[in-house]
Unconditional design. Structure first.
Length: 236
């Protein structure tokens, strides 16, 4: 065997051994983690941008959500936007047109999951004047959706900060409302969980609990509770 052939044989052996080692190392590597679940986010609150739309206006709520989910903001609940995911957080949304409410109901009935923060007495401060379309509405505008799902939302008996339990955590709320009706409802009326076709709708009668910067230390577990509610909704 000539020197050239010997050299070629050695190179081939080295390449085969290298490939075998690479395969063995790859097999020992832990599998790549699955991509994060998509969370659709529809809100009138300054969670994604501040009121001045600055790029650094992301809220603590958004930061907490992004640690677990791929957050996809949407502006309406039409079929095209809802097709982007199977889990939706509606945090004190603006009133939706009738056709989009129909689309939302159909999406849930097909298996979608929605967590709706419906605040009957929002205390979230805003620099925008009353009547400004970009200002969060002072109360959740229910155009028949809750009644369609078998829920009634009542105004708070008293205003101001109140302690409640959510997702197994003690949280700070502000002027929370009370839910009642045919769905599974917590004893204090803060939460109602409705089975809607193959899907689920969880409703919380407060949205101010997301304003953790303003609420301070009493709200230290508020965002943990939000994530726990979303996780429970995924399991239902």
């Amino acid at each position: 065997m000539t020197r050239a052939r010997v050299r070629a044989l050695i190179i081939a052996i080295v390449l085969v051994i290298g490939a075998a080692v690479a395969i063995a190392v790859a097999r020992r590597q832990p599998p790549a983690p699955p991509p994060p679940q998509t969370l659709l986010l529809l809100t009138s609150l300054p969670l994604i941008f501040g009121e001045d739309f600055s790029v650094d206006g992301g809220s603590p709520t958004l930061t907490a959500l992004q640690q677990r989910y791929r957050v996809v903001p949407i502006s309406v609940t039409d079929e095209a936007d809802l097709a982007k995911g199977q889990l939706l957080l509606m945090a004190h949304p603006l009133a939706q047109p009738a056709e989009d409410l129909v689309a939302l109901d159909a999406w849930v009935r097909r298996g979608g999951r929605v967590l709706l923060l419906a605040d009957p007495a929002l205390d979230w401060p805003s620099q925008r004047p009353l009547g400004d379309p970009l200002r969060p509405p002072p109360m959740f505008t229910d155009t028949g959706l809750l009644a369609h799902w078998g829920v009634r939302l009542d105004a708070p008996d008293q205003r101001g900060p109140q302690k409640r339990t959510l997702g197994g955590q003690s949280i700070q709320t502000v002027s929370p409302g009370r839910l009642a009706g045919q769905c599974e409802t917590s004893a204090d009326g803060l939460v109602a969980v409705c089975r809607v076709g193959r899907g689920r709708a969880s409703i919380i009668a407060d949205a101010d609990f997301l304003n953790v910067d303003a609420l301070g230390a009493p709200a230290q577990h508020n965002l943990d509770a939000l994530l726990a509610e979303l996780a429970e909704l995924e399991r239902r």
